[in-house]
Design a protein around this ligand. Sequence first.
Ligand SMILES: [Fe+2]
Ligand SMILES: [Fe+2]
Length: 407
Amino acid sequence: MKTRREFLTVLTPIALGSWSFASESKSSEGIEPLSALGLETLFLTWAQDPLRTMRIQWICRSLQKPMSIDFYYQKKNEMSWLKAQTVSHPFGSIEYWVNRVDLSNLNPGTEYRFKVANQPEIYQFKTAPEQLTESLSFVEGGDVGTDPLTVVPLHQMAAACEPLFGMVVGDLSYSNGTDVQTELRYFKLWNAQMRGSGNRLIPMIVGIGNHEVKGGFQKTRAEAPFFYALFEGLFKGSGAYGVLDFGSYLSMVLLDSRHTCEVEHQTEWLRATLAKREGFTHRFVAYHVPAYPSVRKFDDPISVAIRKHWVPVLESAKIKVVFEHHDHAFKRTKKLLGGEESAVGVTYVGDGAWGRPPRETRAPEERDGLLKRASSLNVWKVTLNGSRADFMAANEKGEELDHFVIY
Ligand SMILES: [Fe+2]
Ligand SMILES: [Fe+2]
């Protein structure tokens, strides 16, 4: 187990080093045009098997559909390059396009290099391991936004953990599905900051939140154009719910908290999806609006619907930890079963403030289900070691807010 001191040793120098960069970015915010190819928005994500595939995407501006671009990749330390080509589709805003490369038949747990034709930069990525034979970390949070003063230090802290991936479950850019410049800034920040050693790009796994959607709640897929243009691969049903399996050691289940799909519509899918993965070493569930909010009203209709429809499924499937967001604070609940503390209950962590200003949390007497709470920026780091999972939350200074372990 890492001590608080070790955690800070890793994080503090990088977090402190971020402030000069942050002020430079702030001054150019909103006026910096996209380059000809738009490669400063390039990022990785997974639509399929994270052991053997990688999806590489970036956004460009063009009056017409862009020509296909040659793309090269190789296993790290191999001499010859393999060739792939981009395919383009509309981004959801006039004159903007998504360039996409889907790589498949990759080897698990392997480092690759890649580059775009005639461009100098060589990037790296890493596929997920076949089995959990070594420790594996990922970072998790939500409610990011595009203010470099808060986002840059949190990204740098998160990247310094060398996570296999970063997961952002709702309220990515705050573009509301309409403001393309805000959307571009979000991806530029991820591209610039979320890199591991050796210029490894850290893949982004996402869930949907209200700020991905024109109108926020009870809308259609068409009203979240940027989100679905980039991430539809994982969400093939009627809304943004899907599952990503890492071998049989980790399963990430993502749900749509009434943004483009009703809560109750996903209940049976959730039950079947969790049942099918009963033998997995780790199963986590994530969605945007919290069942157990640390800031907002407990009787918010979406929170009520989640407690009614999903929580009994999570409890009977013996899910141990659920990721919640939307409230812009830090929290960890007690282990809850039917709303009461229980040794076999579910822990809900959150509450989404990976850049957005934190809000005041409710007083203890108002929310006795909360074990910990703070009005604080935060990102969660999860480290899997066999059947053990360490959950650590830290703020933008790298100060540890929480650490607990499940088996
Ligand atoms: Fe938010
Ligand atoms: Fe939200």
